[in-house]
Structures are given as C-alpha cells and as structure tokens.
Design a protein. Structure first.
Length: 75
C-alpha cells in the first residue's frame, strides 16, 4: 500500500531439501531422483541446494497432468 510504514510480508520463495521433502511428502532419495531427472528444479546458493517455491508448484502441476492422463486406465 502506498504510504504504508508496515513491512511487506513475503511468502517463502526457497526451501531447503528437508523442507521440500516434507512439502512434497517424499523421501530424500526420491527427491534427488526427481532433480536428476529434471522433473523438479533447484538452485544452489554456495553449497546449499534450494528448491524454489515455483519449482514445487510446477512439479505438483506435472503430477496432476500425469494423473489426468492416467485417469480411468487400469493399473
């Protein structure tokens, strides 16, 4: 808001691997498998691997699209 003296609240934009694991309900090894496969994006800051919030949303969207394609098919 113009003229406001309150600091802007920002949503978290980068997650450490353990945080991303919890958000996506996946194991560390599976998360790294998805990174290697290019299905989940990450960035590095120094030696720390970080997962952007946008990459998490994109990954969820990918899973939803894949699920829609398989809906109604036999397992």
């Amino acid at each position: 808001m113009p003229g406001s003296t309150e600091p802007l609240e920002t949503a978290k934009q980068l997650y450490r691997v353990p945080e991303a694991m919890r958000l996506l309900s996946m194991s560390r090894s599976y998360l790294y498998e998805q990174l290697r496969a290019g299905r989940l994006r990450s960035v590095k800051q120094g030696s720390t691997r970080l997962i952007p919030a946008s990459a998490i949303q994109d990954y969820i969207g990918l899973l939803e699209r894949e699920s829609e394609g398989n809906y109604g098919q036999a397992a």
